[in-house]
Ligand binder design. Structure first.
Ligand code: ADP
Ligand code: MG
Length: 552
């Protein structure tokens, strides 16, 4: 077994440990940098392919556009639908002599987001210039917070289905390294017909919060769940609308693979991801790709890649191996950003319109999604999964609660009608809850019929579909009346149907008598079919059992 390194021999202790873990491996340890943690962790496989237990590592960098009427350092309006270059002040266009004026709303948004994510809010943070040359950045630099960001050391708690059977909600944490304020750039638009690039500066100077997450996640599903939770939190706070396809939330995924317990591997950064679903796909693709590269003895390059949703793959965009020099320097035109604990600590003479006070913002924090979900579970005795579904769809909680107000049925027996039946129809036609074709009160009326035992649950589902088709033109009772769907509990009538079913299923009857209880469901199904779902299942069950014992 040969082991060598470019920089000399591998320390024996380390080699022994590695070989014990991977007794069949034969490899070269590359670029081992002893004494520092920067060891790229890539083991080159020399001989036959050895299965490596590689695990993904994911760290997100998220740019969230701050929900604000005006830009971060100018009075220009923020509006995504305005004609190109119609929302550009002299400052946004970097005319000489213009100066930035900090928008308090943007600071408050970042601080509130920081508070909601349990961050430490820096009482004093600083602005810096980050230089790069690009057509949509007229100043040649972006104002950001490189040295001291506004918020640090937070945590985002999210949940996903986990456990052995993937049927239990599991809570996980990802650490938030920092939240910094910065300006958005303009947009370059390619005009292919005339082979030129046009610049729209409407977006130039819009406030952004950059959230940097620690590499605490392992797969696409986790990252997607975390981002979904962040969206809900920021929407509840009103700090960012969070729409990824419109670019209000831009998520870049840093991805690497390593053997658990060993140093992190070289990472790639994946950009151009415009939905939560694509985020999961892009990450999982990238983990598979890197795993494959390493297994085949290759090396992962430190590069930026772009996600292509059509092919579901990532493709190289640019190399990051050479360090880029942004020539960071303090922004001379902005004083340090101060945040005060309470009104008493604001210095005398400070401009109240410009001071941000933590105590005030803490008091304004709304109920966060996690708390709201717990409250729903507690109040209505529903499953945690259902509370997630309710919050994931805008307006669904309100819809559910409206139904509850108008029905005597228990919430536990109402929830499925909202999270399954209603949601399925909405999804089918790509509608929002507010566009539902059936109102909460109509659903409540339907459920009242079910609760009163006037219809079976099979019929109720049928009526629901019918109500949807007719856009609620008729009530549930009208549909039941017109189509003669009410529950048949007339014993004579049911006996006749049951007798017919028993007679035509001699095999099943014998199987039941031989101890196979399951066939009863099949027989009940046949009765249901015969009666078009109208038979009272409790009565049918009893009659069938009687009949079978009679034929004994
Ligand atoms: P840089 O200084 O190069 O920007 P940072 O330490 O700021 O690096 O990290 C940037 C992002 O990359 C963070 O979201 C972090 O979680 C993530 N990251 C860092 N190292 C790795 C890694 N080995 N694998 C995956 N993500 C990583
Ligand atoms: Mg960084």
């Amino acid at each position: 077994m040969a082991a060598s390194t470019a920089a000399g021999s591998v320390p024996y202790k380390m080699l022994k440990k590695t070989l014990l873990l991977y007794p069949n491996a034969s490899f070269t340890v590359r670029r081992l940098n002893i004494g520092s943690s920067r060891y790229d962790g890539q083991l080159q496989n020399r001989t036959k392919s050895v299965p490596m237990q590689l695990e993904g590592v994911v760290g997100l960098e998220i740019h969230a556009q701050i929900q604000s009427h005006t830009k971060m350092f100018s009075g220009s309006a923020v509006n995504f639908l305005s004609p190109p270059n119609s929302l550009v002040s002299f400052f946004d266009a970097s005319l000489p002599g213009t100066l930035p004026v900090l928008n308090k709303r943007c600071v408050e948004a970042a601080v509130m987001t920081g508070l909601a994510l349990d961050c430490r809010i820096n009482r004093k943070s600083l602005f810096d210039r980050k230089h790069y040359f690009y057509a949509d950045l007229p100043a040649g630099y972006q104002i950001t917070q490189q040295r001291r960001p506004v918020a640090v050391d937070g945590v985002l708690t999210y949940s996903l289905l986990g456990g052995k059977k993937k049927n239990r909600m599991v809570r996980k944490n990802v650490r938030v390294k920092q939240i910094q304020l910065e300006q958005d750039s303009g947009k370059s638009l390619r005009d292919d017909a005339r082979e030129r690039t046009l610049v729209d500066l409407n977006r130039a100077g819009v406030g952004l919060m950059e959230l940097v997450m620690e590499p605490d996640m392992t797969c696409g599903e986790e990252a997607a769940a975390a981002v979904r939770e962040l969206q809900l939190i920021m929407q509840a706070l009103g700090t960012c609308q969070g729409n990824m396809s419109e670019g209000q939330l831009r998520v870049d995924a840093n991805v690497s693979v390593h053997r658990p317990g060993e140093p992190l591997g070289v990472r790639t950064e994946v950009k151009n991801i415009n939905s939560v679903r694509y985020l999961a796909k892009a990450i999982d693709y990238e983990i598979r790709r890197q795993t494959d590269v390493l297994r085949r003895g290759g090396r992962v390059h430190n590069e930026t890649r772009s996600y292509d949703s059509k092919s579901g793959t990532t493709v190289p965009m640019r190399d990051k191996e050479g360090l880029q020099d942004y020539r960071f320097m303090p922004e001379p035109n902005l004083p340090p950003l101060m945040v005060y604990e309470d009104p008493a600590s604001v210095p005398a003479g400070a401009d109240a319109r410009r001071t941000v006070v933590l105590q005030t913002l803490r008091a304004e924090l709304p109920e966060l999604p996690a708390v709201r979900r717990d409250r729903l579970v507690e109040t209505y005795d529903i499953l945690p999964e259902h509370s997630f579904t309710l919050l994931n769809e805008e307006g669904l909680v309100e819809y559910f609660e409206c139904v509850l107000k108008a029905t005597s049925r228990e919430p536990r027996k109402v929830i499925g009608w909202v999270t399954n039946e209603l949601l399925a129809l909405l999804k089918q036609q790509d509608l929002n809850v507010s566009q539902s074709r059936v109102s909460p009160s109509s659903v409540a009326q339907l459920l009242e019929l079910l609760e009163a035992g006037s219809i079976s649950s099979t019929v109720a589902k049928q009526v629901f579909q019918e109500m949807w088709k007719q856009s609620g033109a008729k009530t549930a009772a009208e549909i039941v009346g017109e189509q003669d769907l009410s529950l048949v509990s007339d014993v004579e009538q049911l006996r006749a149907v049951c007798a017919k079913v028993v007679d035509s299923h001699p095999q099943e009857v014998r199987a039941f008598q031989a101890g196979n209880q399951n066939v009863l469901n099949k027989l009940m199904g046949s009765v249901r079919k015969e009666t078009k779902g109208r038979a009272d299942p409790i009565a049918v069950r009893k009659i069938l059992l009687d009949k079978i014992s009679e034929t004994d």
